[in-house]
Design a protein around this ligand. Sequence first.
Ligand code: THU
Length: 146
Amino acid sequence: MMPEASGDEEDDLVARARSARSRAYAPYSHFYVGAAIRAAGDVFVGANVENASYGLGICAERVAAATAVASGSLAFDAVAVTSSAVDPTPPCGACRQFLYEFNPEMLVVSEGADGERRRWRLSELLVDGFGPADLRRPRIGEEEER
Ligand code: THU
């Protein structure tokens, strides 16, 4: 099922992601990404931050998520992503997992440079994802613990 269509709130979230993209630090890939997360009415933004030690770079989505959490907001409703690409960029696998922790049903909307948008539920992008509940399930050898 297609998640809900565009509205003012979505337009605002995408605009915030676009603005965050202008602050991306991506001197190595030159692929600039901005993200904005809506959580209980508040918006938290992020941009990708690369590093001369290439593997340490972090995606815009995870910067936004960590900023939200550090600000005390964990109930994510939606995330908007914008990038340098003409077509809408889907979040990478690591970011899907990182976001899944906070709400598998959040709306993910991505806008390409030409204005086209794609929308998904996070659970469509990460099917049968691993989350906090999986750590609460019975484990083998439990009786030996402690
Ligand atoms: N990137 C993101 O910020 N988000 C994504 O979902 C895909 C990739 C960044 C990581 C790296 O700085 C650059 O884009 C190229 O991969």
